[in-house]
Design a protein around this ligand. Structure first.
Ligand code: DHK
Length: 149
């Protein structure tokens, strides 16, 4: 059985570390990848970690996660959170749990960030913990899939 977790990151997250650090912190995306890898390893899981600024690319990777029978999918949809029906439709095809991650607390921010399409299909949502949210999401996912055994 696959033990792979896909961690997908949307637009502008390639700029982590230099992008509005008062909101998103000082860790880079490479730091987040390391954090995810180390956290997943504690649970005997491996991570496929990707980032794209392009909506269709993210849809392709969600389809890949499904085809590869990933045990879970973490998605920080970033700017596509409140706009992308295509990403929502792709997520609706996933049988494995989808966890929505945001670095910042989107509900404390501008109203246009609040209405997430991804939340309509996500099994769980983590926001406001900074990049630590990725590690918390992997821990939570590991418990979720363990409980099913
Ligand atoms: C990241 C973004 O790029 C924004 O578009 C979202 C999210 C918030 C985050 O907190 O990780 O509104």
């Amino acid at each position: 059985m696959s033990k792979t977790v896909y961690v997908l990151n949307g637009p502008n997250l390639n700029l982590l570390g230099t992008r509005e650090p008062h909101i998103y912190g000082h860790s880079t995306l490479a730091d987040v990848e390391k954090l995810c890898g180390a956290t997943a390893q504690q649970h005997g899981l491996t991570v496929v970690f990707r980032q794209s600024n392009h909506e269709g690319q993210i849809v392709d990777w969600i389809q890949e996660a499904r085809a590869e029978k990933a045990v879970g999918l973490l998605l920080n949809p970033a700017g596509f959170t409140t706009t992308s029906i295509a990403i929502l439709d792709a997520l609706m095809t996933m049988e494995a749990p989808v966890i929505e991650v945001h670095i910042s607390n989107i509900h404390k921010r501008e109203e246009f960030r609040h209405n997430s399409y991804v939340s309509k299909v996500a099994r769980a949502v983590i926001c406001g913990f900074g990049v630590e949210g990725y590690a918390l999401a992997i821990d939570g996912l590991a418990r979720m899939i363990d409980a099913k055994k």
